[in-house]
Design a protein. Structure first.
Ligand code: ADP
Length: 263
């Protein structure tokens, strides 16, 4: 078994420095003076009650929104690749045409080079031979893999994944999370992954950041003390069970706070 990856690598991949944010036209801050750092090579899960601002954190990282105060830094000017809950593949383009889209947008490569690169990535995500199909001919899990391949085609080192498996059935989710773990171990990208599934967070991540209420002023940090590669059976071990229990307690507390504040 390989040890926990890069637990001491402090090179930052994304930094929130005293960030505050409210959507224009709203008087309520969603994020207030928030500080956190994601380090290179980490797999970080971001969890918290729905509507507390997790996706907004990703939108600030990929510059779809700007902070009202503070700085969001991606040191080294690295690219962020964003993958939403729904695959958002263009239904009229073949899988290969969808995957080569980021290269078309960047420009400068011949059609043959773009296709060669797209085919390489397609086979790396286990979809060799599916390039000429339309997205509707693929299963939900395969479409998410194609969508992941398209995110990789951006060349991004920091991948922002917003509940990518939430629309999939339970068994597909189990196989997709193993698949994602393998991709991360192989590609050595930095991943920030939103999930509301505590078990998924424990299975996949090196570190969990938990938002417990809105506005988000801080994130609670939990290290996941399990070596890689992980197996489903690791989730039944004492470390995983105790971490899951802590996270569920945290969620119960949030519900209680929300209930008390709204009554
Ligand atoms: P989460 O990802 O934790 O479920 P979001 O970041 O999607 O939460 O949303 C946080 C809050 O901001 C929600 O109450 C949502 O309704 C609100 N919100 C999201 N997008 C916008 C927008 N474009 N304008 C105004 N409010 C928004």
């Amino acid at each position: 078994m390989s040890p926990l990856r890069d637990p001491y690598d402090e090179t930052p991949a994304a930094v929130f420095r005293n960030v505050s944010f409210a959507y224009p036209g709203t008087d309520r801050a969603l994020i207030e003076n928030l500080n956190f750092t994601i380090r290179q090579g980490e797999f970080v899960a971001l969890i918290g009650p729905s509507g507390c601002g997790k996706s907004t954190i990703l939108r600030l990282l990929n510059r779809l929104n700007r902070p009202v105060q503070g700085d969001v830094e991606i040191p080294g000017g690295h690219l962020c690749g964003y993958m939403p809950q729904q695959d958002l593949l263009f239904p009229w383009r073949t899988v290969l045409e969808n995957i080569r889209l980021p290269l078309e947008v960047q420009g400068g490569l011949s059609a043959a080079s773009m296709d060669a690169r797209a085919k390489e990535i397609l086979s790396s995500v286990g979809l060799e031979g599916w390039g000429e199909k339309l997205p509707r001919e693929l299963s939900g899990g395969m479409r998410q893999r194609a969508s992941f391949a398209r995110t990789l085609m951006t060349g991004a080192d920091l991948l922002l994944l917003d509940e990518p498996f939430s629309a999939l059935d339970y068994l597909t989710r189990l196989s997709m999370r193993e698949w994602l773990m393998e991709q991360w171990q192989r590609d050595k990208k930095t991943i920030l992954f939103i999930t509301h599934d505590v078990e998924e967070a424990v299975f996949l991540s090196t570190r969990i950041l938990a938002a417990d209420r809105a506005p988000i002023r801080s994130l609670r940090e939990y290290r996941v003390p399990l070596p890689f590669p992980r197996k489903e059976s690791d989730l039944a071990g004492p470390e995983a069970l105790s971490l899951k229990a802590q996270l569920l307690d945290m969620f119960r507390e949030c519900e209680c706070v929300e209930h008390c504040e709204s009554s």
